[in-house]
Write a protein of this length. Structure first.
Length: 160
């Protein structure tokens, strides 16, 4: 059992509880600051992972035996036919990235294409956002598998 503290006077009791109150306040403030730091660190690591994962897919890709071209740079994605009459382009961001470590390593990206602009027979129009899924498989070197959600189109692309 815990021994109950005996106070000599009221001032000693008040001083003890005031000291305890200040110490508890600093523990709470320290805990909150540490938690904010951990959350910021987690978000920073996630953003860094997503930005670094972009480097694997950046470049120019020939899709469907050269009938379609996929260009991905740091901020913009373009997907169009060789005549550049039909296609789409816009700014993109990686919203999901995963990598598997099995016999054949697979990497998957989910991109959201914002400020999407579609081209139909030379006419341009702005459209809503679109989701694009990209995937690589180590069994197929320098190939990228592409699926566009809005049109349900699927392409197999090779790096130029």
């Amino acid at each position: 059992m815990e021994k109950e503290k005996v106070w000599n006077n009221e001032e000693e009791k008040n001083a003890y509880f005031l000291k305890r109150k200040k110490r508890t306040k600093w523990f709470v403030i320290s805990f909150v600051i540490i938690m904010i730091f951990v959350i910021i660190l987690f978000i920073w690591l996630l953003i860094t992972l997503l930005n670094n994962s972009k480097k694997d897919i950046q470049g120019v890709w020939d899709c469907e035996n050269g009938q379609i071209v996929l260009q991905i740079d740091k901020t913009e994605l373009s997907l169009y036919g060789t005549a550049q009459e039909n296609g789409m382009k816009g700014n993109y961001s990686v919203i999901h990235y995963s990598s598997s470590a099995s016999q054949s390593q697979r990497k998957d990206w989910t991109l959201i294409l914002s400020d999407k602009e579609t081209m139909k027979n030379g006419a341009r129009r702005n459209a809503s956002n679109d989701t694009i899924y990209l995937s690589t498989d180590s069994r197929y070197q320098d190939q990228l598998f592409v699926e566009v959600e809005s049109t349900n189109e699927q392409y197999t692309c090779e790096r130029r």
